[in-house]
Each structure stands twice: as structure tokens, then as C-alpha cells.
Design a protein around this ligand. Structure first.
Ligand SMILES: [Zn+2]
Length: 390
């Protein structure tokens, strides 16, 4: 480092800024003195950082308590009307948009049907921009960044391949989303991630599954987000987590990826519905709740296939928790129990692998995408770095 600024000074200040913000977030409303005591920073440092954070609109001051003596010390909290994150999700058959404020609260959200299997990317992105404009108007908050979730393999902002969206191959979604959203949110950072990765990030924020888990997102496709040591595991090019195309039956049916016998062909939502003789996820959830035999048989078979694929992943990665998300949480205990059976049988070490059901609804990836923007603001880092953990 040849700069005249002492190396690391800026980094230390940024680190401390994030520390102050997270301390306020954990304990709000809170006084400056208490922030100093909790962080171990001097009061002077805290005051100066707080001024900066008030100026940036990240913190807000409440009125001082009545009867306070001397100089009033107004308690601090995260600014509910401060910069917010816009999440956009292009699903296989839905499009969604949501705004999350600095506290992580969802302030506006819409998900509507939109079949991208037959629509070209341009039409899908225009639908997303239209929905985003409505949600942003409804939330009425300044948008600091956009997180986009897509159901495919993303590297460097390019959706390289989404087996369920054949018309979206090698689409530079980063550039195109930035272009269609510029009239709505202006020139703000845009990051693009795989939907299961972003849902895993949202799950990590709830602290329910710890710092090491595999999040499985069940939809038309089956994706996974892998969290190791509290960070999202991306692989060498950001493509990790294609659980849906792990082979569970080499002689099985053809898959949209060109292979044969992929997990998706055994545990994807459309396959489960067809096997149960029902039209959609709602009907499948209702059928298993009524204990219908065909539905239970379909879910048991799908759950066993999912368990086989997950046992392989768990044996490779040594993670103690598997979280079932996407549409799977709606399908009751039959599928989950089948997954747990296979894991108990096939994972080679003795301690049991916990199979949890995500408390998130099907919009986990959407909320995770918006949350990744807020994480970047809180940590004052580039959005793509925040997407690694929060
Ligand atoms: Zn496949």
C-alpha cells in the first residue's frame, strides 16, 4: 500500500460504523452512551459515527425522555423511513416485487402469476418492472438498491442457464434489469442471485437453522442454497447448489437439462402433482391434509428421492441441518418424514441430521433478495459482497 492514508484506517471506521448500526438494531431504542458501553468504542467515536449515520438517513433520533437532566440524549433507532431494499423475483411461473426497510420488515409486496416458460426475457422483465413500480410507490421509501432472484445458474450477472426458462439462456439479466428499473428507482446498485441462494440468505437471517445448513427450495425446479460458517457457499463461479440436477436414477426420465433421472424429475412440484393426480400445489396440500392415498404415495416417493440426493450432499459437506423451503413446507409431514428416513439411513455419521421446515412462505427468495440490499447498507459494503452473508 503506497497511499499516504494509513492502511486500514478507512476499513476500521467502516467496521465501527457497521458495529454501531448493528448494536442499535439489536437494542433499539438505545442511547449513545449505551452504544458506547456495548461496543467498547469511546463516546467520542460513537457520537461522530452516529452523526454520520443520521446524515445518511440510516438512523433516526427519537424525542428525549421527559425529565431528563442536563443535555438531552435522544435515543436512537433504525430509520423506518430511511433507504430500503427492492427485491424482484422472476419465478418459473410467477413474478414478484417487495420492499424491505432497514429493520428487515416487509413494507410492500406483490406476487402475481406470469408464465416465463413461454415468455421471452424482454416480456418477463417488463412485467417485473411494472410490478416493481407499483410496490415502490406503495412503500414510499427511497430505494438504495435492487436484489434480483432468478431460478437458474447465475454468474457475473448473467443468467447462463435456467432449464425451466428455455428462452432465457445467456441473458445478461443484471444489465437488463438495471435498464428497465432505472426509470423506477434511478441509478442504484443491482445484484443478481439464484433464488435458492437468496432464500437461504433470508433463512440465515432468522437464525433458526444456525450457520451450517442446506436450504432446499421446492418449486417447478428444485434448487439449494448452501450456507457454511454463516456464509453462502457459491462454488468457484457462483453456480453451486444445483441439487435439482443431481442424479437419483440414472435410467430415470429425461430432464429439461438434457440429462436423465435428475432429482427434479422425482421431487419437482409439477412431478409430485402429476403423480398425485392433482392440478397444483394448493390441491396437493389439500389432498395430503385429507390423507388421500395417492397424494401421500406421491409425497413419500418424492421425499425419498429428495432424501437420497440430500444424503449425498450432507455426506460431502458435513452440515447438521437441512431446511425444506419453497413449496415443500405446505406439504405436511409425509415428505419431510421420508427425507428424514433417508438421511438417517444414508448419512454415515451417527449424530442425526435435523430436517427443518422453513417458516418462510414461498416468497423467501423475494424477501431474501430485498434483504441482501439492506445487509449491504448495514455493512457499508458492495451489494455483491453482502450477498455472501448478513
Ligand atoms: Zn436435470
Amino acid at each position: 500500500v503506497t497511499a499516504s492514508q494509513p492502511a486500514g484506517q478507512h476499513t476500521v471506521r467502516r467496521h465501527n460504523r457497521g458495529l454501531v448500526l448493528r448494536t442499535v438494531a439489536a437494542d433499539e431504542p438505545v442511547s449513545r452512551a449505551r452504544v458506547a458501553a456495548r461496543t467498547g468504542l469511546t463516546r467520542g467515536t460513537v457520537s461522530s459515527l452516529v452523526e454520520e449515520l443520521l446524515g445518511a438517513g440510516l438512523l433516526a433520533e427519537l424525542a428525549a425522555a421527559r425529565g431528563a437532566t442536563g443535555r438531552p440524549a435522544n435515543p436512537l433507532q433504525l430509520n423506518r423511513s430511511g433507504p430500503a431494499g427492492l427485491g424482484v423475483e422472476i419465478g418459473v411461473d410467477t413474478v414478484g416485487a417487495c420492499v424491505v426497510d432497514l429493520t428487515g420488515a416487509v413494507r410492500a409486496q406483490w406476487v402475481v402469476a406470469s408464465d416465463h416458460r413461454t415468455w421471452p426475457a424482454r416480456a418477463g422483465l417488463e412485467a417485473a418492472a411494472e410490478l416493481a413500480a407499483e410496490v415502490v410507490g406503495q412503500a414510499g421509501l427511497p430505494i438504495a438498491g435492487v436484489g434480483l432472484a432468478v431460478p437458474g445458474v447465475v454468474a457475473g450477472g448473467v443468467l447462463e442457464r435456467a432449464p425451466n426458462l428455455p428462452l432465457w439462456r445467456d441473458v445478461d439479466v443484471h444489465a437488463r434489469v438495471a435498464a428497465v428499473l432505472a426509470p423506477v428507482v434511478g441509478d442504484v446498485p443491482v445484484t443478481v442471485g439464484n433464488e435458492a441462494d437468496l432464500a437461504a440468505l433470508g433463512e440465515h437471517r432468522t437464525h433458526a437453522a444456525g450457520d451450517d445448513f442446506i436450504y432446499v427450495s421446492g418449486g417447478v425446479g428444485v434448487g439449494a442454497g448452501i450456507v457454511l460458517g454463516g456464509r453462502l457457499f457459491h462454488g468457484s463461479g457462483g453456480r453451486a447448489g444445483e441439487l435439482g440436477h443431481v442424479v437419483v436414477d440414472p435410467t430415470g426420465p429425461r430432464c429439461t437439462c438434457g440429462g436423465r433421472g435428475c432429482l427434479e424429475r422425482a421431487a419437482g412440484m409439477e412431478v409430485l402433482c402429476r403423480a398425485a393426480g392433482v392440478a397444483d400445489l394448493d390441491a396437493l396440500a389439500a389432498a395430503t391434509e385429507r390423507g388421500e392415498r395417492a397424494a401421500d404415495a406421491a409425497l413419500r416417493a418424492g421425499g425419498h428421492a429428495l432424501g437420497v440426493a440430500l444424503a449425498g450432499a450432507v455426506n460431502l459437506l458435513d452440515v447438521p441441518v437441512v431446511v425444506l423451503g419453497g413449496g415443500y413446507p405446505r406439504l405436511g409431514p409425509v415428505l419431510r418424514d421420508a427425507v428424514a428416513d433417508e438421511l438417517a439411513r444414508r448419512v454415515v455419521w451417527r449424530s442425526p441430521v435435523s430436517v427443518r421446515v422453513s417458516a418462510h412462505t414461498a416468497s423467501a427468495a423475494l424477501v431474501g433478495a430485498a434483504t441482501s440490499v439492506v445487509c449491504a447498507l448495514m455493512d457499508d459494503v458492495a451489494p455483491d459482497q453482502a450477498a455472501a452473508g448478513c
